[in-house]
Design a protein around this ligand. Sequence first.
Ligand SMILES: Nc1nc2c(ncn2[C@@H]2O[C@H](COP(=O)(O)OP(=O)(O)OP(=O)(O)O)[C@@H](O)[C@H]2O)c(=O)[nH]1
Length: 712
Amino acid sequence: MDQGWEYRWGDSPFTADGIPVWTQETGADRWSPIAFPSNPPGRGSRTNVWYRVILPDGDWRDPVLYVFSVDLIVEVYLDGRKIYQFGHFDDAGKGRFEGWPWHMIPLPVGCSGKPLYFRLYSDYMDIGLWGQVRIMERVDLFQEILRNSIERLITSGFSILIAFLSLIFGLFNRGRGNFIAIALFSLASGCLVLSGSQLNLLLIDRPLFWDYMGAIGYFTIPVAMAILLERWLKPARVLLVSVIWRFHLLYLIGAVGLSLMGLVSLADTYPLFDGCFAISLTLLLIPAAQVAARGSTDHKAILTAYAVLSLLLLLDMAVAHNLVRWFQVPVAWGALAFSLAIVIISLRHYARTQTALRAMNVSLEHEVRKRTAALARLVRRERQRAKMLGIENQKRAELEKILSDLQNSGGVSEANEILIHCLPALCRPLAGAYYQRDEREGAYRLLDLWLDPSGPDRAQPPALVPVTEVFRLLSDDNHWRLSVLYEDPRHGERELGMLWLRIPEARGDGELSDTGTPWRQLIELGLEKIGLVFSQLSLHSELRRLSYEDGLTGVKNRRFLDEVFERETALAKRHGRSLSVIMCDVDLFKRFNDTYGHAAGDIVLKRLAALLASVFRQTDLVCRYGGEEFCVLMPGTQAKDCRQRAEDLRQRVESESFEYEGHSLGPITVSVGIAVWPEMPIAPETLILFADQALYRAKQSGRNRVEIYIDR
Ligand SMILES: Nc1nc2c(ncn2[C@@H]2O[C@H](COP(=O)(O)OP(=O)(O)OP(=O)(O)O)[C@@H](O)[C@H]2O)c(=O)[nH]1
């Protein structure tokens, strides 16, 4: 019904029968033609208007007039009779907003060609009918409503489902605020679309209820959209976006609250909202476009979805405000598409984040494993170090003990015995062997072998192994070959022996240095100190030798005799063993010196000392008593044997031919005095004294003779 419409401002008076007077008047001068019964010109502050139209011809069985919709309340008259009413007119012809439902006005059969009158009241910006006005069969209308509604029911159902799923996802996944925002948007658009479904009124005939639902949904959309954008714009969060969603939230609460309280009409909240919404949509485009321009594909996709939905919403607003010709703007599909786009992008984003998190977890676990292994290695090394430290301390103590024993020993050979005995304990738990160097033989002697059954003893090496053979035997990568060196005062650096040690086993992770090096350092330090002690001992014995030896003849000197004599007399007494002393003096040596010179005298003394050494046994002690006088101590020798030896000496000297610088020095003789204990009744300590007396007697008796002490 898009032609033949007329309007007339104001409200008709009514007859006493309740028939509007304007429906009875004839003459068209008060009515003005209008293309569509909405917003006639010259409204001013008027709130009442009447429209009329001649019902077209048609062959209907059950005709109805379908109107979508009316601003704001309406009464419809045919033949002066009220056939339809929406809202309540008071006596002043005014009424309250009752909602924006679609209307089905039943028409009687045969109404064609008759004028149909609409009495309207509106304090809203629009006044009149809106959208579609059509006459059709009732059944066709129901079918069309069903057809139109299915689309909305499906899209709203989808939106609400998305809202529900997003809410669940958002609630059970901490930090998934995006999904809460999606849930809010989907719920808002779902409610908006559902409230616009025409089937609703057939189910629940409460237009205001549906309008409130629609208003809440509609007013929530900018809030949800801004929150969504705000989340996606992170970290470039824009103040403007946050201001916008807060403003719209306040508007939603304020508008719905005030309407429910009856302070404002819900209808009146729409124009202002639409204005703000249009501005907000445009403003939101600016930061969104900025981020999308330099953002990811996701950002660009969101902006595209946002731009499409914004366009649809703006178009819908333009239709609502008659700025463009009425048509069904597919806002429902736009909102659904927007929700789906956001959901898909969010899920993709979520999946990517999860994958990244998993990858991070894997790398973190890998890192943790690596660190743990490093820590375990460190702990093992520390433990090893602590163990090594314990062993080191113990070994140091053992070494100190060995060094002290060596220092307290009687000399190099005794120290050697101690070393051979102690070395295995010092080196344990390392397996090894010790080869002592025999300089005279130019060979090594295997003196000890411990712990190592695979050592060189398996072949049962001979007691003396040539140097080259030992080197061949001991040259192997699994063992250390360490020499024990010391300084000999007469021959310089000497090798005492060779230590052969099995290298401690590596742990298989390159810790050989951790286990091997301290061991080697420890042993090397020990051997160095041992070598030092041997050097000292060697030096001492050399010094001792020098201090007890007569420089000219090489036999022991008087000092040595004094020390040994004391010990020998004590031993003789303790064991009841005999002890003999011989005193021997060159005859007329002064004259000899005077005749041949002092140097020749020295030669004679040296020769005489050699003769003494060859005549007496090794166990006898030959000393130079002083000047040309010699003393021989003969432990365990009785008078008879002693006298025999003394006689042998005298004869050897007498028969010896002494020479000096190619000249014969003439005959040399010696006088000898003997004293023997216990065969003679004297104290052992006086043996030298009495032997000297006997010597004196020999001199007195004509020299070149042996005299034995006789107690007179
Ligand atoms: N060439 C040399 N002469 C020495 C050495 N020690 C002592 N004499 C000398 O030995 C001589 C000892 O002389 P006397 O004690 O008088 O005795 P003698 O001349 O041997 O006479 P009788 O002992 O009575 O036979 C002295 O002239 C000393 O100088 C020495 O180391 N070398």
